[in-house]
Design a protein around this ligand. Structure first.
Ligand SMILES: [Fe+2]
Length: 355
């Protein structure tokens, strides 16, 4: 399986992972052969790319940290809860569903030996908010687990992470999705969402203080330059320090009306570059061991000019994957370059992810 950007999808390609519609149900199953009609629909949904199956990438199994079914159920549950909360409807059943999904997300993450984010989570325009919430929850759980949190702590972290942006349901969608630059007033309105969210978590959902404070402080920055209060360093609760990194990583690797997606490697650099500035150095250190900058199945260019796809990542050395090289004239056989173990490859680096 390999990742193909939306602009490079062609008729006849075979889908490797399902595509979901606006309600969170399966639109196209894996194994479906792409037609021009399907590709137009995918482009219309503003999907950045898809995983496809082909002969060259058939031995690459791109694995998510949680099952496809749980991810799709969690996106649907988050969608129901956010919509009902925003519309002032009864959200009790959706809250129970969200709670069940959070328990299952923790079960699945706790049952894997070493959970590492090793793929691009494909999002569509209409499901972005809910897919982003689930991604922030999963990544935060992985980091929390690496911090040796108890299950009870993980549950609070996961709940805060899944609902970190709940305050946005009370903000005008025209401002939230505005493609251009925000006016000062609009920006000030957006900046109220942590307080609105924290209030909702406490007064409506009756969540404990730890969750309300994490939602309130997920935009605080380690150097004190965040909002709403400018709290810095270890005064920011650990849940909020974790969610801050998960939130930014997932947001900047997503295509949005106001920005293009950056590659996982660029986002990885951004997070590392902001260690001790925006983000807690301790959490950044864990993040770099839990997120692959070069996810399996992505096309890359190497510093020696060669090109290929990321075949396998080593969980203890995520910057030095095994690359399956693209065939060249005279070399029809499969060729691999192991950047971690091959002595001839020690001076070769991955230059960039190709789109
Ligand atoms: Fe936020």
């Amino acid at each position: 399986m390999r990742y193909v950007p939306a602009e490079q999808l062609t008729e006849g390609m075979v889908l490797g992972k399902p595509v979901y519609n606006d309600n969170g149900n399966v639109l196209l199953r894996e194994g479906v052969v792409l037609t021009m009609g399907y590709i137009s629909k995918i482009v219309e949904m503003d999907v950045s790319g898809l995983y496809i199956d082909d002969v060259f990438s058939k031995k690459i199994e791109v694995k998510d940290v949680i099952s496809e079914e749980l991810r799709s159920n969690s996106v649907k549950a988050a969608r129901h809860l956010l919509l009902e909360t925003g519309n002032g409807k009864n959200y009790q059943k959706s809250m129970e569903e969200v709670d069940k999904c959070i328990e299952k997300i923790m079960d699945e993450i706790l049952s894997t030996d070493s959970a590492v984010i090793n793929m691009i989570n494909v999002k569509s325009h209409d499901l972005y908010t809910y897919q982003h919430s689930v991604n922030v929850c999963v990544l935060s759980c992985i980091i929390g687990l690496a911090c040796e949190m108890s299950r009870a702590q993980l549950k609070k972290l996961a709940t805060s992470a899944l609902l970190h942006d709940i305050g946005k349901v009370f903000i005008d969608k025209a401002i939230l999705n505005k493609p251009g630059k925000l006016s000062q007033d609009e920006w000030e309105t957006i900046k109220t969402h942590p307080e609105l969210g924290s209030e909702c978590a406490g007064k409506k959902y009756r969540f404990p203080t730890a969750i309300c404070r994490s939602i309130l402080m997920h935009h605080e920055r380690y150097d004190g330059t965040g909002y709403p209060s400018g709290t810095g360093g270890e005064d920011i609760p650990i849940f909020a320090r974790i969610i801050a990194i998960s939130d930014v990583y997932d947001a900047i690797t997503s295509r949005r009306p106001y920005h293009e997606a950056v590659s996982p490697a660029e986002a990885y650099e951004y997070i590392m570059g902001n260690s001790g500035r925006h983000f807690s150095p301790h959490i950044v250190d864990i993040f770099t061991r839990k997120v692959a900058p070069f996810p399996e199945g992505l096309s890359v260019k190497l510093s020696n000019g060669m090109k290929g796809i990321v075949f396998k990542n080593y969980e203890d050395c995520l910057t030095r994957p095994v690359i399956k090289l693209y065939p060249e004239p005279g070399h029809p056989e499969d060729r691999f370059l192991d950047l971690k173990n091959d002595p001839c490859a020690l001076d070769i680096t991955v230059l960039e992810l190709l789109s």
